[in-house]
Design a protein around this ligand. Structure first.
Ligand SMILES: [Zn+2]
Length: 353
């Protein structure tokens, strides 16, 4: 039912040495969205400034005095939730605090901190901090839904470092809910519903089954979450986590969020091993009672946050709409897999800078 379509071809050029070279290009069609992406293998040899090693912290990394998310300022410089939603103003769980976004993107738009760490290098935070922050997001979204049952389009996202869109260095998640969908939310609902109409089964569980049969892109599991390198990536080193069979926040357990946090940290450690310090994360949720769309998180590396690094979005992505990455997803999986092995990475020397 799901088609994993890929087509390879060559572009013939004559190198400066006079040698004829057939450059390999691959176009893959996303099994869920139908969007195409391409893998421009030869560009892997291109020098990429700033990606040779993990960049040093930015010069303002120690500047805690002006950060509204640092604990000394948090109580006076961040807004409070609508009392109708949360009389206590901010949601606290462990070291995580959740409060509204001062500059909301939609009807319900909040920020969830991991703790008081102002600059936290990728892959070094505690899984418990991520779990508490995710659980804060879940609690907030369930409160929103109880108050406004029409706000069914939900998302938890992360922009780690300004190169990934983060406006503040202090690590945080964004969480939102609205009565209107974003493009990807609308597309995903249509794809999940269409798949269920045709097959009577759920989209991501079937996608996962197909990938488990293929094997080449599977990374491993954290709890009930299954992790993969995306077949048709729309970002560099794109990793997916799928929670098969779970379609609603109300059916998630604390253990689900703790296992998600572990997978996110595994992915961060993998990205760190590639010398990358910024990434985006997205978990889209649909709470309209339709029961087709399972939880799936996506992570992609972004250009490093360092001087003179070029953007990873070129005219090809922005104007033609096809992401052009350099590495086969099967290679991404081979590089990432050790980070899902229980005692793998810290002891093996595969992590770190
Ligand atoms: Zn801070």
């Amino acid at each position: 039912m799901l088609a994993f379509k890929q087509e390879r071809f060559h572009s013939r050029i004559v190198l400066p040495t006079g040698e004829v070279s057939d450059r390999v290009i691959e176009v893959r069609t996303h099994p869920i969205t139908g969007r195409t992406c391409r893998i421009t293998y030869s560009r892997g040899a291109e020098r990429e400034p700033g990606a040779g090693a993990l960049p040093a912290p930015p010069p303002f990394a120690a500047d805690r005095g002006t950060c509204p998310f640092c604990r000394a300022q948090l109580g006076t410089q961040t807004p409070r939730l609508d009392p109708a939603l949360a009389p206590e103003g901010r949601l606290v769980r462990g070291d995580s605090t959740l409060f509204p976004n001062l500059y909301p993107y939609g009807r319900y738009s909040a920020v969830s901190l991991f703790g008081d760490g102002h600059f936290v290098e990728i892959g070094t935070d505690r899984p418990e901090a991520y779990a508490d922050s995710f659980l804060n997001c879940r609690d907030y979204l369930l409160r929103v839904l109880a108050r406004d049952p029409g706000a069914v389009w939900m998302a938890i996202t992360q922009n780690h470092l300004p190169s990934a869109g983060g406006s503040l260095l202090h690590p945080h998640l964004q969480v939102q809910a609205d009565r209107l969908p974003a493009n990807f939310q609308r597309c995903l609902r249509e794809a999940s519903a269409r798949h269920h109409r045709r097959s009577g089964t759920r989209l991501f569980a079937d996608y996962l089954r197909a990938e488990q049969q293929a094997g080449a892109r599977c990374l491993g599991a954290t709890g009930a979450w299954q992790w993969l390198a995306a077949f048709a990536p729309e970002g560099f080193f794109e990793i997916w986590g799928i929670l098969p069979g779970v379609t609603s926040l109300s059916r998630t357990t604390e253990e689900h969020w703790r296992a998600l946090a572990q997978g996110v940290l595994n992915t961060q450690k993998f990205y760190r091993s590639l010398g990358r310090n910024g990434y985006n994360l997205g978990l889209l949720l649909l709470e309209d009672g339709s029961d087709h769309q399972e939880l799936r998180v996506v992570l992609t590396v972004r250009s490093n946050h360092a001087p003179w690094v070029r953007s990873d979005f070129t005219g090809f992505e922005v104007m033609l709409g096809d992401m052009a990455t350099f590495a086969a997803p099967e290679q991404t999986a081979a590089l990432a897999r050790p980070f899902w092995q229980d005692r793998g990475v810290e002891g093996s020397g595969a992590g770190g800078r």
